[in-house]
Every structure is written in C-alpha cells, then in structure tokens.
Design a protein. Structure first.
Length: 284
C-alpha cells in the first residue's frame, strides 16, 4: 500500500509540474539509480511531444538526495543527466541543441530531505528550455516602445495606491513555491526599489494557471492546496530577509479565480500570463 501511495503522489507530481511550467521540466529517479524508470520515460515523452526536437535548445541539470558523499553524488547527478540526454537524442533531439549539462549532486535540494517523498523530489534532472522558436526579426516598429523595467513602473507618477504591476520573469519550480535562480534579478530589483522608496508598501498577489474552477493548486513541497498563497508568501519572505520591514508587506493567493485567459488555456503565452505574480501598491 505504501508503494502504491507513493506512485500516486508521483503521478500527481508529474501532472502538476507539467501544468505549471513548460520552461522547466523535471524527471525523477529511484534511490542510487540513474536509469530512466517507466514514469520518467512517460514524463520525457510528454516533454518531447510539446517541444520541437530540431529547434528547442535546452539545459540539463542533475541532482541527488542527501545520501552519500559529495563526490559520489556529483558523479551520480552527471550520470542522470547523461541518461536524459541519451534518451532525448535517441528520440530525435539534436545533441548540439543541448547547450549545457551540469551535475549539482546534493548541493541544491528542493527541501530538507525529510522522508521518502522529499528525497525522491530531490533525485531529479531539470530540463530548462532556453528557447524553442526561431526569431523572425529583431527589429521593432518605430512606434513600439520597449517594455519598462520594474523600477520604472514603480517610479511612474501614475503608479498610485491600488495599481497592480506584474513581476515579469518571476517563476517557480513546477508545482512548488521554490523560486528558480533565474528569477533572482527581478527580486533584487524589487528590494532595491523598496529601499529607494521607504514609504512604499505592497501586497504580493499570486495566481496559477491550468486549473478548472477558481480553486488553488497543490504545493508539492507542503502537500497543501494553497500554491498561489505559498508563492506570494515566499516572495515576502525573501524581501524580509533582504532588509524590507514586514510591516510594509502583505501577501495573498488568488488561485485560478482571476485568470486573464479562461480555462483551458490554449497557448503557453496564456498559461504564462495566468500563472503570474503581481504586486499591488498599497502606499507610496
């Protein structure tokens, strides 16, 4: 029964992770193994089906749980990365489009490795999609203005109390409230903007995609149905740890209750805009 329950949870993990992000895809492994399980093969097949093998450029990052030494786990994480690369190439991906392969061993856990499920979540290879579309043109129409930075949005005189600002490039590992490293620049910019404007108070508002109805998603780290809440709270925690007084911060999760596009979302752009994080200016 225990094994069956774990398999069911892993199925949920695969489904939710795929639904939350097409830019980051995760494949999991059994203890001390680097061969691809049937679940891993099914996950990879799902990834392959939604990405063009001749244009998608990807990065592969291998990880392990906390068991064994750093040296052993570094080697194991690279073997796992090699297994995923081999399967992708076998299925038609161009090896030259796999532009980075790294093994982090046990250095970047998603959790505290407490229990079988948490350790399983750490035994993974992350597939990061670096780009899957050819750029037709780098030119912009003369009347098209470049996107403004977060700092410019905050300093705009029209950004008064009640205004919402989307945190562009704010992403999390699929199905979790764990912030991906690539999102650190926008958080650092937000920290600096709040330090520059000490009267600024904000509410961080989380949203998710790909869910029928207005409920919230499951957070695989806490196994609770409050993913958007936890993501908003995690950003407030980051701000607090970096010198922003908690009295200036609020957070709220809206689940799928305020989508910009109706369910089911038809494109990745619609999914990305629905699973957004916004800040609402409370005081400036």
């Amino acid at each position: 029964m225990k094994k069956l329950s774990l398999q069911f949870l892993l199925l949920c993990i695969t489904t939710l992770a795929a639904a939350q992000s097409n830019n980051f895809f995760t494949v999991h492994f059994d203890l001390d193994k680097w061969n691809l399980t049937q679940d891993a093969l099914a996950s990879l097949d799902s990834f392959i089906a939604s990405n063009k093998s001749d244009t998608t450029k990807i990065k592969l990052y291998g990880h392990t749980d906390i068991m064994a030494s750093y040296e052993y786990n570094d080697a194991l994480s690279m073997k796992r990365t090699a297994s995923v690369k081999s399967y992708l190439v076998q299925k038609g991906f161009t090896a030259a489009n796999i532009i980075e392969e790294r093994g982090f061993g046990k250095r970047r856990p998603l959790n505290n490795n407490h229990g079988e499920l948490e350790m399983y979540l750490n035994r993974r290879v992350e597939i990061q999609v670096a780009g899957n579309k050819a750029v037709a043109s780098t030119k912009q129409p003369c009347d098209e203005k470049p996107a403004r930075t977060l700092t410019e949005e905050i300093e705009d005189t029209s950004s008064i109390a009640g205004k919402n600002i989307v945190l562009n490039n704010m992403n999390f590992y699929g199905g979790t409230h764990i912030i991906i490293p690539e999102s650190m620049p926008v958080l650092m910019e937000l920290v600096q903007a709040m330090k520059k404007h000490p009267a600024l108070e904000i509410a961080v508002e989380g949203h998710i995609c790909c869910l029928e109805g207005d409920g919230d998603g499951m957070d695989l780290g806490t196994r609770t149905m409050n993913l958007s809440v936890n993501r908003a709270r995690e950003i407030c925690t980051y701000l607090s740890k970096n010198g922003i007084a908690s009295a200036r911060l609020q957070y709220k999760g809206f689940g799928h209750s305020v989508p910009l596009y109706p369910y089911p979302e038809k494109t990745e752009i619609e999914r990305e805009q629905n699973r957004r994080v916004e800040i609402r200016i409370l005081k400036k």
